[in-house]
Design a protein around this ligand. Sequence first.
Ligand SMILES: [Zn+2]
Length: 231
Amino acid sequence: MATNNFVKYADLLTVNGVDPETDKEKFVFIPAEGPYIFGKYAEGMMMTGGCPSLAVRKTVAEKLVNVAKRLQAIDPNYKLWVGYAFREMKVQQAIFEEILNEFKDQFDDEMELYERIHERIAIPTVAGHPTGGAVDVAIYDGSKGETLDFGTALDDLTTDLIYYDRDDISEEARTNRRILREAMMAEGFAPYDGEWWHFCYGDKEWAFYYKKDKALYNQVYSFEDLDIEEE
Ligand SMILES: [Zn+2]
């Protein structure tokens, strides 16, 4: 089995907070249909909380459209499917506390405990999805009416085959993962090696990856608190 050397909680603690100016940026909804990107919750996603549709920061939405345009330059039938985006901070905290209760008696050292939890779900103070900067995405082929082969379904957390760099998935799946990653990184998103579908912009993981002093976006507590851009 591949060893886990993905981004750690301790790494994300090195990011020096959030810029309050960039954090003022509003949210927009990912449209359910469209020529470039579309939002539809991945199957079995249990962490949708009170969000009826997928929300991201405005800059993130613009970048996702640009990613889709890059993909359409490869194949005009491609679209970018957004399977998950904003998660309420209160949901993140609730899941964190559940896992904390499960693990807390197994560790004497608090940092070791937090690192173990972070492998399962991001520690709330550094979590990406509650900032509106993190997305789970895949490439959809309109000519076939299905998602390209990525080796696993998007957001399938039951298998290690979701780690980006696996040599025991098909060549086609490896290629598709690479195409997706290259298009996302070309627009400034940071990849995550632990999940082929997860990318972020403006959160602490992004700041750590690109060696920025501060993150751009802070977490938002609930869906009701979102500052949504008027149409
Ligand atoms: Zn994710």
